[in-house]
Design a protein around this ligand. Structure first.
Ligand code: ATP
Length: 230
């Protein structure tokens, strides 16, 4: 279980972009993170992935708390798929991008190859291995970006606006793929139909605070959504 306990995150010019958030994500659970522009979704994901340091609170997995000293271990267990695949794909081809993480964590070339091949097959994109990320469609880039996280074999995956840049067919394909991945997932999205399709629980952020948490009926609660600026 991933537990988030009283997490707050501040930027030098903006205090409490995330403000005292508590929640838990069980293994294999799919949870939508919704909220208006500026509500703090990306900031929360960046803190969970160890990219931003919280000003208060902590994160733990299966009872092990993460701090500056063991944040390296958290990065192995929690993988973040950025909103823009171009932020995640920077090598000459997709194989090299997907191999980057395992190599960085000291996997042998053989283990790295096995992880890359598995990840690309799980995502249905083995044919993209030798393609340049610069020459892929939006949907292909999204799956390639997910492969760079899957090869790390995380227990939990965080997605920031995974449907951005996707057409309806690519969205449907992505929904099917994400539904089939066994990891616990936290999916920040403005695409409420997409959230409803794959998630069983919803967290609503408002000005950095978690103001509602519950089943997907939250996504149909027009008054609540409107009050949150959605
Ligand atoms: P969106 O739906 O528009 O992507 P969000 O819910 O992901 O928004 P964040 O990007 O986390 O929101 O931003 C939360 C708040 O933090 C906003 O008020 C934003 O202006 C502020 N913020 C984000 N990044 C920075 C930064 N690097 N420096 C200062 N303030 C920031």
């Amino acid at each position: 279980m991933l537990e988030v306990c009283g997490l707050s995150v501040s930027y030098p010019e903006f205090a409490n972009a995330v403000d005292g958030v508590f929640f838990a994500l069980r293994e294999g659970e799919k949870v939508a993170l919704i909220g208006a522009n500026g509500a703090g979704k990306t900031t929360l994901l960046l803190a969970l992935a160890g990219v931003l340091t919280p000003s208060e609170g902590n994160i733990s997995i299966d009872g092990v708390k993460f701090n500056k000293k063991n944040i390296h271990d958290a990065r192995k267990k929690i993988g973040l798929v950025f909103q823009n695949p171009d932020d995640q794909l920077f090598m000459p081809n997709i194989y090299e991008d997907a191999a980057f993480g395992p190599r960085n964590f000291g996997c042998s070339e053989e283990e790295t190859r096995e992880r890359v091949e598995n990840a690309l097959c799980q995502l249905g994109i083995p044919q993209l291995a030798r393609r340049s990320p610069l020459k892929l469609s939006g949907g292909e880039k999204r799956l390639a970006a997910i492969s760079t996280v899957l090869t790390m074999r995380p227990s939990y995956m965080l997605f920031d606006e995974p449907t951005a840049f996707l057409d309806p067919r690519a969205k449907r394909a992505l929904a099917e793929i994400l539904s089939g991945l066994p990891q616990g997932k936290l999916i920040a999205t403005h695409d409420l139909a997409f959230a409803e399709k794959i998630c069983s629980r919803v967290l609503l952020l408002q000005n950095g605070r978690l103001t509602a948490e519950g089943g997907i009926d939250i996504l149909r609660n027009a008054a609540l959504l409107e009050s949150a600026g959605l």
